[in-house]
Design a binder for this molecule. Structure first.
Ligand code: DQB
Ligand code: GRF
Length: 216
C-alpha cells in the first residue's frame, strides 16, 4: 500500500517532528513526511527536517497582510505536496475556519495535557497550580476552537512532588513522543474514524492497568 503523505507544521524546537521522523524511518511504517513547514525561519526543527532530507518551507506569517492569506499559502503548499494529513507539532498560529474545514478529519494536533482539561498556553504551570495528580498529553483532530476536537490518543503522566513546569514538561514530552507516532500510525492504517465527534479506533484494546498517585 502507498504510504500516507504527511505535512508537519512547526514553530520551534521540533522534538515531536523528530519523533514522527524516527517513526517513519521504520520499515513498513504506513506514513511518510512529505513536507515540513515552519512559520519562523529560526525554528530549530528545520535542521531536523534537513538532517532527514525532508523538504522544508518557511512562511513567515509577518510577511502576509491577512491571516487568511497565510492560511491559503499553507493550504496550497500542502495540497501541492500531495499531503493527505497535516500534523501540528508545536505550531503556534491559530488556523482559520477555511483551513480547518479543508482539512476536516485530516488535521491533528498534540497538546501537553489531558484535554479537555487545561487547553491553551502555559499548560504545565496551570497543572501544577491546580494540584492535579495526573496530567499527560492528547492527540486530537483540530476543529475551529483551540485545543478542541475529537480525541485520538491520550497518555497519562503522574505529577511528582517538587515538580516545576520544566520537570513536568520534560516528563510529558516523553509521553508525547510515544503518543504522536501511535496516532499517526493508527490513522495511516485506516483504523481511525470520527462518529458524532468521537473517535472510534478499529481493533484497539485499552490497557487494563490502574495507576494510583500517590501509590498505595
Ligand atoms: C496552539 C494552542 C494555542 C495557541 C497556539 C497554538 C495560542 O493561543 N497562541 C497565541 C495566539 C497566536 C495567534 O495569534 O495565532 N496549539 N488552530 C485551530 N484549532 C486548534 C491548535 C494549534 C494551532 C492552531 C489549533 C490551531 O486547536 N483552529 C496548536
Ligand atoms: C509540545 O509540548 C506540544 O505538545 C505543544 O508544543 C510543544 C512542542 O514541542 N503543542 P516540540 O517543538 O515538538 O519540541
Amino acid at each position: 500500500m502507498a504510504r500516507l503523505k504527511v505535512g508537519v507544521l512547526i514553530s520551534g524546537r521540533g522534538s515531536n517532528l523528530q519523533a514522527l521522523i524516527d517513526a517513519c524511518a521504520a520499515p513498513r511504517f504506513p506514513a511518510e513526511i512529505a513536507l515540513v513547514i515552519a512559520n519562523r525561519a529560526d525554528a530549530a526543527g528545520l535542521a531536523r527536517a534537513a538532517a532527514a532530507k525532508i523538504p522544508a518551507k518557511v512562511f513567515a506569517h509577518g510577511d502576509f497582510a491577512k491571516r487568511d492569506e497565510f492560511d491559503a499559502v499553507l493550504e496550497a503548499t500542502l495540497t501541492e505536496a500531495g499531503c493527505g494529513l497535516v500534523c501540528l507539532a508545536g505550531f503556534m498560529r491559530i488556523l482559520g475556519s477555511a483551513f480547518v474545514r479543508r482539512w476536516r478529519d485530516k488535521l491533528i494536533n498534540i497538546h501537553p495535557s489531558l484535554l479537555p482539561a487545561f487547553p491553551g498556553l502555559d499548560t504545565h504551570a496551570r497543572v501544577i497550580a491546580a494540584g492535579v495528580r495526573f496530567t499527560g498529553c492528547t492527540v486530537h483532530f483540530v476543529r475551529e476552537g483551540v485545543d478542541d476536537g475529537p480525541i485520538i490518543v491520550q497518555a497519562a503522566v503522574p505529577v511528582q512532588t517538587g515538580d516545576d513546569a520544566d520537570t513536568l514538561a520534560a516528563r510529558v514530552l516523553e509521553a508525547e513522543h510515544r503518543a504522536y507516532p501511535l496516532a499517526l500510525r493508527l490513522i495511516a492504517e485506516g483504523r481511525v474514524r470520527v462518529e458524532s465527534e468521537r473517535v472510534i479506533i478499529e481493533g484497539h484494546k485499552a490497557p487494563h492497568g490502574i495507576v494510583v498517585n500517590p501509590a498505595d
